[in-house]
Design a protein around this ligand. Structure first.
Ligand code: NAD
Length: 310
């Protein structure tokens, strides 16, 4: 079997084009376009790329995107002061603090900063008030990556009600909210993690398997029930040619990519899974573009809600 490709690029483009008339309507009513403000602290190279991609996608969709940069040496108070300023700015609809924050700020600072964001502008849905509403099934803003996965599955007619869903990973950002959103669509959900016994056997029970682990090509064919839908959330850079060859094979285009760019990417799912799964998200071009599309949608939803128009 060669799995059907669940195309995140096309689905993200469809979601973004659906935003256009709503952005126009907001502009006509409010006299401005919705504005996303991104706070980038430090100079982590991957974060720079992520922020650039979000900025470009936002502007291409007709939103205002403002980047606020703080040096890696910024203090916790400076970061919190910047968030407060954005909370108080009536022209700011969405606030995104790019994660990870520099290690020098300390372990607890990320939660502290997320907690300080006005819940009405919390387009990442990390604030405890928004997480609480998500748990209760009445979220206005849902976290971007898991809600993007749900959009993809629904638009690609993958059934969820009554199906067995297995999520590998229990992070606050992906695994936990993913499980909740699947549960709210009436899937029977199992959450697996680093301490799960007999992980491959649990995963093989899934009609819909979501991998959000952060380990290159971890999910091999023995994790997958034949015909299952597999969603690969992982984004893992491969740093050596040998690693690329061992996962993709010497003849793969991914090796050429590595030779040209000096890096290549792999998800949490091994490419051999395409021979077993019924449907599979590619990496790149799967969940990543959807995450950005949902961020833009959340910015619009936050702007509309702040204008009193649900
Ligand atoms: P995380 O490190 O916060 O969480 C990883 C989870 O995987 C943990 O809950 C852990 O229990 C589980 N895990 C780790 N090792 C395991 C093992 N050996 N067996 C079973 N479970 C194991 O990561 P995260 O933020 O949830 O991100 C996961 C992956 O998704 C990363 O590769 C990240 O880059 C990627 N990601 C992609 C997008 C996107 O837009 N495509 C968005 C967010 C995260």
């Amino acid at each position: 079997m060669t799995a059907r490709k669940l195309d995140g690029v096309a689905t993200a483009a469809a979601i973004r084009s659906e935003l256009l008339p709503r952005i126009d309507a907001f502009k006509a009513a409010a006299g401005r376009v919705p504005a996303l403000h991104i706070l980038l602290v430090g100079d982590d190279p991957a974060s720079q790329v992520y922020v650039r991609n979000k900025e470009k996608a936002g502007r291409d969709t007709g939103l205002t995107v403002v980047i606020h940069r703080l040096a890696a040496t910024a203090s916790r108070d400076e970061v919190l002061a910047q968030v407060r300023e954005l909370n108080d700015d009536p022209g700011c609809d969405g606030i995104l603090v790019q994660s990870p924050l520099p290690h020098a700020l300390g372990k607890t600072v990320e939660q502290l900063v997320f907690d300080s964001i006005d819940p009405a502008k919390d387009v990442d849905c990390f604030h405890p008030e928004n997480v609480g509403k998500l748990v209760q099934g009445r979220a206005v803003l849902a976290p971007c990556t898991p809600s993007g996965v749900i959009e993809l599955l629904q638009r690609q007619q993958v059934p969820l009600a009554g199906q067995r869903a297995v999520v590998i990973g229990r992070s606050e950002i992906v695994g936990k909210p993913m499980a909740l959103l699947l549960l709210q669509r009436d899937a029977t959900v199992t959450v697996c993690h680093s301490k799960t016994a007999d992980l491959a056997a649990r995963a093989r029970e899934a009609d819909v398997l979501v991998a959000a682990i952060g380990r290159p090509a971890f999910v091999t064919r023995d994790f997958v029930k034949p015909g299952a839908t597999v969603v690969d959330v992982g984004i893992n850079p491969l740093k050596t040619r040998e690693a690329v060859v061992s996962i993709f094979g010497a003849e793969s285009a991914r090796v050429t990519t590595f030779d040209t760019k000096g890096s290549a990417m792999v998800g949490d799912v091994h490419p051999e899974v395409a021979e077993v799964a019924g449907a599979l998200t590619p990496v790149p071009g799967g969940v990543g573009p959807l995450t950005i599309a949902m961020l833009l949608r959340n910015t619009l939803v936050a702007a509309e809600a702040r204008q009193g128009r649900p």
